[in-house]
Design a protein around this ligand. Structure first.
Ligand code: GLP
Length: 253
């Protein structure tokens, strides 16, 4: 088996249709677990890429009765330092796009705390990974990809077995986040992120990438050598990962 058989990529004409297909996969998983009286553990991502997936899940909740009562979520990352109330926080993003509109138990929502005291950071990150494991592990992990090839905030140089930890953001990542913060000088220099090792333990991984802007990094992630320089290439070693792309993001494949 070559590594190329491992990352499957699926190309859609339209990111809206692709997002609906992914939301349906997530909904089926939630319902299959519910039928067995089991919790469904979802790893969730922020950024523009997953927004339409969340929109569709909210629609399915409102119009089709999809329940999140058996769902536990773990978000990938959060800026550091970052207050929950800040509209640039990933905490705010997740509540705005998903959690405020569905019947998830707030106790089942896990998002890295961007205000944890620096001296407690290591223990906090270890506990985050431990909690994922004790919840049964990630059944499904949704990912976007940054132009540096980061997944979560695992920037170039991340170790394949890394756990949840604090990291320093790459310059390109801060440039890309600049507009949301009214200027790069306001973008935090650090973040807390699930590690590559944490992500790779997920039973199923779906990475979303839309638009021409992602074409170059998508090609490297899928076809390039597995290198710490491009952390998304580590996904080639995961046996159940799909890259879901629109035509523009797939241009170079
Ligand atoms: C941020 C997030 C990543 C996300 C990336 C791409 O850096 N930490 O998890 O994948 O942005 O964002 P977008 O989906 O907006 O292109």
């Amino acid at each position: 088996e070559t590594r190329f058989e491992k990352i499957h990529n699926v190309i859609f004409n339209d990111s809206k249709v692709a997002s609906i297909v992914i939301a349906e996969e997530i909904a089926s998983l939630i319902q299959a677990k519910a039928e067995k009286n089991e919790m469904c553990v979802l790893g969730l991502a922020t950024g523009s890429s997953p927004i339409k997936v969340y929109e569709e899940l909210v629609r399915m909740h409102k119009e089709e009765g999809l329940s999140f009562s058996n769902v536990i979520t773990f978000n990938l990352d959060e800026y550091f330092p970052m207050e929950k109330e800040n509209i640039q926080s990933y905490y705010y993003f997740m509540h705005q796009h998903l959690f405020d509109h569905v019947d998830i138990d707030p106790k089942h929502i896990n998002i890295p705390n961007g205000m944890v005291a620096s001296k407690d950071l290591n223990a906090y990150c270890q506990a985050y990974d431990d909690k994922i494991l004790s919840s049964g592990g990630l059944d499904f992990q949704l990912l976007g990809i940054g132009r540096t090839g980061h997944i979560g905030f695992n920037e170039p140089g991340s170790h394949i077995n890394s756990g949840t930890r604090s990291i320093t953001l790459d310059h390109i990542t801060r440039v890309d986040a600049g507009p949301a913060f009214q200027g790069i000088e306001n973008v935090p220099r650090k973040a807390i992120t699930m590690g590559i090792g944490t992500i790779k333990k997920a039973k199923r991984i779906v990475l979303l990438a839309w638009g021409q802007n992602k074409a170059e990094i998508v090609k490297k992630a899928i076809e390039g050598d597995i290198l710490s320089h491009i952390p998304a290439t580590y996904l080639q070693e995961h046996s159940n990962t799909t890259f879901v792309l629109d035509n523009e993001a797939a241009t170079n494949l």
